[in-house]
Design a protein around this ligand. Sequence first.
Ligand code: KG4
Ligand code: ZN
Length: 340
Amino acid sequence: MKGPVTTVARGPVLCIETSCDDTSAAVVAGGSVLASIVSSQNELHAQFGGIVPEVAARRHTELVNVVVAEALGVAGLGWDEIAAVAVTVGPGLIGALLVGLAAAKAIAYRRRLPMIPVDHLQGHIAANYAIGVQAPFVCLVASGGHTLVAVVNEGVAFRLAGRTLDDAAGEAFDKGARLLGLGYPGGAELDRLAAAGDARFARFPRAVPRGADFSFSGLKTALLYYLRDQGEEAIAAHRADIAASYQAAIVGQLVDKTLRCARDEGLRRVAVGGGVAANSGLRRALAEACESGGIELFVPPLSLCTDNAAMIGLAAGCLPAIEWPDFLALDAYAATVLSG
Ligand code: KG4
Ligand code: ZN
């Protein structure tokens, strides 16, 4: 059994994450989170009913220095005590990523520090090191942009065991929430509404691919047709039941595929990451399935599930640093490049 591998001389690492709509900075030292600041842009994007990439990037430019200063303040550290800068380089919204990368380069260059480029998905996986997981383990990563099952062999090195063939689970939550007339961002609202509902009320077809991969777009269409066929009154009377049934269909798929992977790989530790890991139905269903399967479950606190820079620092603890000033050549990437 192995935990994170330390490949850089360790001191406090300043971490920056701006891959989507949260501007975040953290200070992480030797696997401990000393500070984690997240400035959410939810309210800004709510008026558009979804994230507007250009608006997100501009807001990151206004906030990035503020969250960095706050993270240093909370950690009680001066600039001279920072040993390296870690930053998310992808995947995500390219304009948003470039703001964080430019800020990280500027800081690292000015202070002659090494830089650790981090993949966002590896960050979600690494959040589990904050709660003591040890490799090898199976990790479900389910967020607004990604849904995959990873077999994590060591540190944050993983093999892709399954992934969504269409929408991400978070997208399914957000689109379902929109169809149900809930606010933005929809996942958490749908979760709250579902808590008061009966998940057996409606049965949504689960056109799930065989094997390890996921599919969610058919489910969203099924909800669309279901709502279209119901009268306004029936929907109003059973909104929570419909939400609970829809959530159960998403959660069922996530749990089944994750547990199947653990079985196939002969691994007895399962972890989760990504914003959807905040879902109370998923947490409960995973706990039950793992309990009955004799599998140890790791679920990070909510603050480490949704996007944050602390998880980037935890991943950075397993990754090599790029020396000053070579990191200036680094670029950001929008699409996933990791496959194993
Ligand atoms: O990881 P994350 O913060 O950002 C991305 O990397 O995408 O995930 C955001 C996604 C959104 O789709 C949001 O609706 C979903 O996570 N989410 C939830 C919950 N909290 C956040 N989905 C279901 N239930 C929740 N409680
Ligand atoms: Zn994420």
